[in-house]
Design a protein around this ligand. Structure first.
Ligand code: ACO
Length: 225
């Protein structure tokens, strides 16, 4: 597998990969019925492209010349820069969204993030925000997501970030991030995220039971890089 920084010439192929995988498979997207495999979603594509513009994202490409999937994107990790006020602004903009399913998902994510001021808590001015982790179904279970997270940390380190953060929506991404030294900071059980009538807003299927916000601090003391 070859791991590369995603540059502008790859953006279209990355969106294509997400349409075939993440957009339908990610636990919250799946629960909300956001889109079908291969189908697009204007708001999620806009969110992904805005993240790609930060030039901190990576992809895994099948580099086996004798493989039928040679040159195809096997997985991606989309990382963006989060600055104070960004989440508040995004939540405000979300109120104008016409896509009720997208709105439901991001109200949960932004609302949960806003329960704590990570900038003040960790005394940082910007956060390396791991927003999308996606592996093509044909390549899952081979350690690609784990390697993408490991390499994303190297990108964060090279750019001098002191804090990484991720909203992990499923049990596997939670496990993968923990294996790479992220620590759970806060969580929301899906069964307890309900509307005024007591109905579950996002009926996420097992084995996924909660949203977890995880963080990882980077220490630059004795850094040999
Ligand atoms: N069943 C059981 N275990 C699993 C599964 C699974 N479906 N998926 C991953 N794991 C475990 C692996 O066994 C492995 O554990 P181990 O190291 O103890 O052996 C560990 O998780 C790492 O697995 P990887 O092979 O690195 O994960 P993979 O490359 O298969 O990708 C991912 C996992 C990204 C969650 C993939 O299934 C996917 O794209 N899912 C749909 C999108 C999604 O849910 N993304 C995460 C949302 S959160 C976010 O984006 C920030």
């Amino acid at each position: 597998m070859e791991y590369k920084v995603i540059t502008e010439e790859h953006f279209e192929r990355v969106i294509e990969h997400l349409r075939g995988n993440f957009f339908a498979d990610e636990p919250l997207n799946h629960a909300a019925g956001l889109c079908q495999h291969g189908g697009g979603n204007a708001e999620l594509e806009h969110h992904s492209l805005a993240t790609l513009q930060d030039q901190l994202s990576l992809m895994a490409v099948d580099g086996r010349a004798d493989s039928a999937t040679y040159g195809q994107i096997a997985g991606v990790i989309l990382n963006g820069i989060l600055r104070p006020g960004d989440t508040e602004e995004a939540l405000e903009k979300l109120q104008h969204s016409m896509d009720e399913n997208y709105k439901k998902i991001f109200e949960l994510l932004y609302g949960h993030s806003l329960q704590v001021d990570l900038f003040a808590r960790y005394n940082v001015e910007r956060i390396f925000d791991v927003r999308i982790l996606s592996v093509d179904a044909r390549f899952r279970g081979q350690g690609i997501a784990k390697e993408l997270v490991r390499r994303a940390e190297q990108v964060a380190r090279k750019s001098g970030f002191r804090l990484l953060k991720a909203d992990a929506t499923g049990i596997f991404s939670q496990k993968i991030l923990c294996s790479q030294g992220f620590q759970p900071f806060s969580e929301q059980l899906y069964a307890k995220y309900t509307n005024d009538a007591g109905e579950i807003i996002l009926p996420v299927e097992a084995p996924h039971i909660k949203l977890q916000l995880l963080t990882k601090q980077l220490n630059y003391e004795n850094n040999k890089d």
